[in-house]
Design a protein around this ligand. Structure first.
Ligand SMILES: [Zn+2]
Length: 353
């Protein structure tokens, strides 16, 4: 079989962490800038005057991030392609003789995947910048209304506004369906789809080079409606006729009908008539529910990490940090009692701060 979803997710950890760190650092810079001079009577004016300078700095930081992230995206997708090839070698049990040249067509397809992912992720930087300005202005506006009531009230109003942004995730990425995402989940989702496609491509290319035409679709526990009709089905890569086995169509037909849709966890492997056993049903509703709760607790940890970053006072910071650790503890207990693997990169809370 080609690689599992978990193996593939690992390829985008570095990139995903990069965006999570960028999001937290941005919140920290906003909080730091707004907290300074908050007691001064002309705070609102001073802060608005500083805004253009701050936007300039954010723009430069995002340009640096774009460079790093483009390299990381290309690297992760190439790795996925190569791993897809390697796993095909293993399944056809032939001597490994190093990566061989991919066809021009498949090299173009991989390049298109890199371009698509880069455009989606680096292309979102404009929205991140607008989001920065939006948060900054909104917090000032919210805190200015209560200026007459004193500094403490102003600070509280500013913190409430910042917390609201921190809770939902700063960046407010919107996908084509209009759904809102926090930065890291958006990056995670777009990379998962692209990396999955690249690994399948690598797998298929290598099978073809080996003269192997038949593949079988995995049966995944996290059912996707679109893929269910294809589970356990044998497909032909080239579309040539096979007499010894009945195929359900070509790989391209299955893909056109929805197999490997965005977010899909299905995979394929080489099929040998009379040898390969069809995958058995693996529906696991309890496991799915446990994993969903795990994801919810992970999101909670991350929301409190953002609150921590967006703190205006040491007191607020201590509280948010304690909350983040409390949620992290609940997450670990849930994982331990439900036999789930801890995915530290999704929810790590540093103990140092
Ligand atoms: Zn699927």
């Amino acid at each position: 079989m080609a690689l599992t979803a978990e193996q593939l997710d690992r390829l985008s950890i570095a990139l995903v962490s990069m965006y999570e760190a960028a999001e937290l650092a941005m919140l920290e810079r906003i909080a730091h800038s707004l907290a300074s001079g908050i007691a001064a009577p002309d705070w609102q004016l001073t802060k608005l005057n500083e805004l253009q300078l701050l936007i300039g700095r954010e723009r430069r930081l995002l340009a640096d991030l774009a460079g790093l992230s483009s390299r990381e995206i290309a690297d992760a997708i190439m790795k996925a392609y190569n791993l897809g090839q390697a796993s095909a070698m293993a399944s056809t049990a032939m001597a490994a003789n190093g990566p061989s040249a991919a066809s021009v067509a498949s090299a173009m397809r991989v390049r298109a995947l890199v371009a698509e992912a880069t455009m989606g992720i680096v292309g979102s930087h404009g929205r991140i910048l607008r989001s920065f300005e939006d948060i900054y202005r909104t917090v000032i506006a919210d805190a200015s209304g209560v200026a007459m009531l004193g500094v403490e009230t102003r600070r509280q109003a500013a913190q409430r506004a910042l917390d609201r942004f921190a809770n939902q995730g700063v960046v407010g990425f919107t996908d084509r369906l209009g759904r809102q995402w926090e930065a890291r989940s958006y990056v995670e989702m777009s990379m998962r789809t692209t990396i999955h496609k690249a690994s399948i491509q690598g797998h298929v290319d290598r099978l073809q080079q080996r003269g192997h035409d038949l593949v079988i679709v995995s049966d995944h526990s996290q059912e996707c409606e679109l893929c269910r009709p294809w589970e356990g089905k044998v497909l032909s890569i080239s579309g040539i006729r096979h007499v010894e086995v009945r195929t359900a169509g070509t790989l391209a037909e299955a893909e056109a009908a929805g197999l490997f849709h965005p977010g899909c966890r299905h995979t394929i492997g080489a099929y040998f008539p009379g040898v390969t056993e069809a995958p058995t049903r693996t529906a696991d509703p309890e496991g799915d529910a446990a994993r969903q709760e795990q994801r919810r607790l992970e999101r909670g940890v991350r929301a409190w990490k953002r609150r921590d970053a967006a703190s205006l006072t040491p007191e607020a910071k201590r509280q948010a940090h304690a909350k983040a650790r409390e949620w992290a503890q609940r997450l670990r207990e849930w994982e331990a009692s439900h036999d789930l693997k801890h995915q530290g990169f999704r929810s790590s809370v540093s103990a140092a701060r």
